[in-house]
Design a protein around this ligand. Structure first.
Ligand code: SF4
Length: 726
């Protein structure tokens, strides 16, 4: 038996794992007790690494669609075909006839992270989209003007805080997000033992077991509640920026805004009593080591950027930014300054999408407008698309429409290990090797780690000779796409070849050496790839450190507490106060055994109680004459699905919840997932319902109607719990 020291790349926690192998077969995966960050923790999903590796449904070689059948191709033939078809579209219709979508798994993949920027440049299209706009985009949009970089999102110093308030976050299911914190429930329990963990959420989630208190809040009203808390802090004379006072602008503007939102004005609309809002604000302001954190629930809603801004702002005005026990900026060994050499500079709204005039962020448009850009004729219409590790038919709003749009493309290339609900529309699929067949260093997620940390993990298995890693696929395509004449092509071609020759290991080494802890030019310690290889469990770089004001990257090197384009959205929020909530509002939910649309093809993770149910409060069911376990129709402005009803008082009355990532269809090649099809949340979400500033999809708070399904059906087996209807 051989034991490999490795890293789980399935979620943001990045747990250290030990993989036991005998003759090329994984015989066990367990937590690595010597990993300084995860300290032996893993979650039930870790076993899915084996399942992904062994999955007979996982594609191993390129496949080409011919009508309704698929044929295997040799790799070079597939690369040539892809580049020829994309190049032909570019030559005939212009470079904006091509589009690119990057899915969420890219961020967890070293090779994809390193080679995607060059691939993007080689494709040379202005039409780019990514999963950020169905996730954390509002937090990045708020961080950019306030701190100067989208990766400067402060994270709670969990090891030292005594008081943690969580808005719209369920770390017990997500394992932490924009907060790399393996073993998060133990960390929450430790805070609870020495202080308070307060959960604000329309659902009393799994995280409530690790909290001292939970309060319901109506979906999409977090910004109102946060403004009321700011009001109390100013009205009570509790605003104290601490050391940030010396380099923060906009305090007077924020105060004049907050004065308009006393708790009594927002209580009814938010569902939080004025007394609760006052107590939350006062406790936050008067507890020396306290942190306020918001995640998906505040991000994927109609006021996502306002809520994200206010989370940052409240931490600042209570003196909790950049102090131990507050919220801090991690200092990873490879940081944003290194990455800036490869990735597009952070910018917001420099250009607008062609059809709906939605703003870009660092060159990416919101995926909510992808179907518009494919379906709307005219100059710039997308006719050829590349998707990398994404399943927007299930993960982006109005997925059914996205599916129709994909089916209309002249050429669609998917880089993906599965033939799923999205890639089934592709003409050609190039499948990368399994997660156990690639090396790993977490370029992005260490920016959000609750302790400074670095770890390099070689591949557990050498990839088979007839497979390719993600970076090899991207490199092969980029090489071919830049073979044309012209200086730009030549320079690009040389850059791709140079990076390919360098290889991932040496790229990481260079980035470490030129990073804040490297040897060049005058770093504080000597951290190179050899250091990491000599310490395979990872290198503990210590607790989070105070880094301000030096870390700020705004032009003024000061914090902007009231960015103009964010403040300008307040009248829209204020109008919300005069708008009574709709009778029922839909929110999403996540399960610890699931990860968006991934991992549904693992039998071990899918078995058990049906998960794709519509949760509803018993009082709401009673007024509609609905009963637990019956099939109901959920209807919105764009469609309807049928799903099993689950009654629970963990939901706020007036709110219903359905998980995302389901809706698997038999025309995919996912034999396990299609046995647990469920219904797609995104057959209900309207692509026109967005956060007005960032263009992020507003999944939370979708107005819905729920009624008994017309035809009674068996509801005991999960295989029949839900289906979509047109
Ligand atoms: S929490 Fe689970 S899925 Fe996430 S990295 Fe750890 S073991 Fe993997």
């Amino acid at each position: 038996m051989t034991r490999h020291i490795s890293t789980c790349t399935l979620c943001e926690a990045s747990c250290g794992i030990l993989v036991d192998e005998e003759h090329g077969v994984v015989t066990g995966i367990r937590g690595d007790p010597d990993d300084p960050l995860s300290r032996g923790h893993i979650c039930p999903k870790a076993v899915a690494l084996t399942d992904l590796h062994n999955d007979p449904d996982r594609l191993r070689r390129p496949i080409l669609r011919e009508g309704t059948t698929w044929r295997e191709l040799a790799w070079d033939t597939a690369f040539d075909l892809a580049a020829t078809r994309l190049d032909a579209l570019r030559k005939t219709h212009g470079r904006d006839a091509l589009g690119l979508y990057l899915g969420n798994p890219v961020i967890h993949n070293l090779g994809a992270m390193v080679f995607t920027p060059l691939f993007m440049k080689s494709l040379n299209t202005p039409n780019r989209f990514s999963a950020a706009s169905v996730d954390q985009l509002p937090q990045m949009v708020a961080a950019l003007p306030m701190f100067g970089h989208q990766l400067l999102v402060p994270v709670p110093d969990l090891e030292r805080t005594d008081h943690l308030i969580l808005f719209g976050a369920n770390p017990a299911a997500s394992n932490g997000s924009l907060m790399t914190a393996p073993g998060i429930t133990d960390r929450l329990d430790a805070i609870k033992a020495r202080g308070k963990v307060i959960l604000i959420d329309p659902r009393r989630t799994e995280s409530a077991r690790h909290a001292t208190e939970h309060h319901f809040i109506r979906p999409g009203t977090d910004a109102l509640a946060l403004l009321a808390m700011a009001h109390v802090i100013f009205a009570d004379g509790l605003a104290n920026l601490g050391k940030c006072a010396a380099f923060t602008d906009g305090l007077a503007t924020l105060e004049s805004i907050a004065r308009r939102f006393p708790p009594e004005r927002v209580a009814a609309r938010t569902g939080l009593s004025a007394d609760t809002l006052r107590r939350l604000a006062r406790d936050l302001a008067t507890t020396p080591r306290a942190a306020l954190y918001g995640r998906l629930g505040i991000s994927t809603q109609a006021y996502g950027t306002l809520a994200s801004w206010l989370i940052f702002a409240l931490n600042i005005i209570t003196g909790h930014l950049d102090v131990p026990g507050g919220v801090m900026f991690p200092t990873p060994a490879i940081d944003g300054r290194n990455l800036a050499r490869f990735y597009p500079p952070a910018s917001f709204g420099r250009k607008k999408s062609r059809v709906r005039q939605l703003p870009d962020f660092a060159g990416d448009f919101p995926v909510a407008t992808l179907a518009d850009e494919i379906e709307t004729p005219g100059k710039g219409q997308i006719r050829g698309l590349v998707t990398v590790a994404g399943n927007p038919v299930l993960s982006a709003p109005n997925g059914r429409r996205i599916g129709r749009a994909l089916a209309s493309l002249d050429f669609y290339l998917a880089i993906d290990p599965y033939l799923n609900e999205t890639t089934r529309h592709a003409h050609l699929i190039l499948p990368p090797a399994s997660p156990l067949e690639r090396a790993h260093y977490d370029i992005a997620l260490y920016h959000f780690a609750v302790r400074n940390f670095a770890k390099y993990t070689p591949a557990v298995f050498k990839r088979p000779a007839d497979s390719r890693e993600d970076w090899e696929i991207l490199s092969a395509l980029a090489t071919r796409l830049t073979r044309g004449p012209g200086l730009r092509n030549r320079a690009q071609h040389l850059a791709v070849r140079a990076l390919t020759r360098l290889g991932l290991r040496r790229v990481i080494d260079l980035a470490l050496r030129t990073g804040p802890r490297g040897m060049w030019p005058f770093g504080t310690s000597k951290l190179t790839i050899k250091t990491l290889e000599a310490n395979p469990h990872g290198v503990d770089l210590g607790p989070l450190e105070e880094t301000l004001p030096g870390r700020l990257q705004t032009k003024t090197r000061r914090i902007d507490l009231a960015p103009g384009f964010i403040v300008d959205d307040l009248p829209r929020l204020e109008r919300e106060l005069d708008t009574p909530p709709t009778a029922l509002e839909l929110i999403g939910r996540r399960h610890v055994r699931s990860n968006n649309t991934w991992l549904h093809n693992s039998k071990r993770l899918m078995k058990g109680k049906p998960r794709c149910t519509l949760m509803m409060h018993p009082d709401d069911a009673a007024t509609r004459d609905l009963t637990h376990g019956q099939l109901v129709l959920v209807r919105t402005s764009i469609g309807e699905v049928s799903v099993e009803l689950e009654l629970t008082d963990t939901l706020m009355p007036g709110v219903v919840s359905m998980p995302h990532g389901f809706g698997h269809t038999s025309d995919s090649r996912l034999s396990v997932a299609t046995s647990y099809p469920g219904a797609s949340h995104n057959d209900l979400t309207d692509e026109r319902r967005l956060d007005a500033i960032s263009g992020n999809a507003a999944f939370n708070g979708t107005p819905v109607e729920v009624l008994a399904a017309p035809t009674p059906q068996t509801t005991t087996a999960q295989t029949t719990t839900a289906q979509t209807t047109a």
